[in-house]
Write a protein that binds this ligand. Sequence first.
Ligand code: NDP
Ligand code: CA
Length: 309
Amino acid sequence: NSQLIKRTFSSIPHDQDGVEGNPVRVLQWNVLSQALGQNNDRFDNCPLEALEWKHRRCHMLEEILRHNPDIICLQEVDHFDFLSRALATQSYSGLFVPKPDSPCVYINDNNGPDGCAIFYKNDKFDLLEKHDKVLQVWTVHSNQVSLLLVLKDKNTQKELCVSTTHLKARKGALLSTLRNEQGKDLLQFISSHAADRPTIICGDFNAEPTEPVYSTMCSCSYFPLESAYKLSGSEPLYTSWKIRGGEGEVMHTIDYMFYTKHKLTVSNILDMPKEIDIGVNRVPSMTYPSDHFSLISDFYFNNNTTNFC
Ligand code: NDP
Ligand code: CA
C-alpha cells in the first residue's frame, strides 16, 4: 500500500498507423538534493522527519519505480551511489555528471556534489555513447551541466539520444537571459551528438513557459522540438509546488520533456497530482519526497523515415 500521492496517466490522441514497436517510457525528475533539501531550501511547512534521508530514499525509489520507466533522467542527485546500487537490482545502469561547484559541498555532512544522472534498463538498451558538458554562457563555463546518452534498443536496433540538464535557478531578468544562453549551448551540444537520431531532452529548466529559453527550445533550428506535456492542451499549471520560509508559496511549471516530433510520438503522459492530494503544506511532504513532481511520457518511434532538413 503506497503512501505516495496518487498519480494517473492521460492518453494523448495520436495516429496509430504512424508509429511502430513498443513505446519507450521516460521519467524526468528533479529529486531534490538531500543536502539542499534538509539544510538550504527552508521547507518550513514540511515535517523534519519527511526530509530525513532514511525516509526520503524509500519514497524516492518508489516514485522512480512505481511506473516502471525504461529511461530515468534525474537532477539534484547527491546520492548517485545509493540510487545506482538500488536501481541495479531492477536491471538499470546509470551514469552521473556532477556540477563543477555544487552548492551541496558547502553544507556540513554533505554527501558530495549534486548533479544530473541518467539510468536505462540494461536488458532493453545497449549504451553506444556517453557525453557530458559544462554549459557555457557567452563562451564562459557556468555551474550547470548536461549529460547525454546514445542508446540502442536491443530488439529493434533503433537508436535514441537522451539528454538531461538542470539550468541555473533563481529569478530575475539577467538570470532568465543566462538560462537562455545555457539553452542555446545545450541545443548545440545535443545536436553535435544526436545526428539524425530521435532525441529526448529532459530537465529542470528553472524557467516558466513565458521565459526565452522555453521559446529557444521550441524553435530549435537543428531539429523540430515539441514539449511532451503541452500535448494535453497546454503546459501543466505546475511541476513544482512548495512553501519556503521567507519566500512563501511557489507554484510553477519549470520541468519539461522536449522531443523531436518528426521522429517520436507521445502516447501517454503522467498527470500532475491534484491539489487536494498534494495537501495544504505542498511538497516535499510525508507523501512526496521532492518539491518537483516527476514527469513521465511514453514515446513511440515514428515509422516514417523521412529525414528532417
Ligand atoms: P543555482 O542558483 O542554480 O541553485 C542551486 C540550487 O539551489 C538549485 O538546486 C536550486 O533548486 C536551489 N534553489 C533555488 N532557489 C532557491 C531558494 N530560494 N532557496 C534555496 N535553494 C534554492 O546555484 P548554482 O549551481 O549556480 O551555484 C551557486 C550557488 O551555490 C550559490 O547560490 C551559493 O548558494 C552556492 N555556493 C555556496 C558557496 C559557499 O557557501 N561558500 C560557494 C559556491 C556556491 P531548483 O533548481 O530546484 O530551484
Ligand atoms: Ca532544488
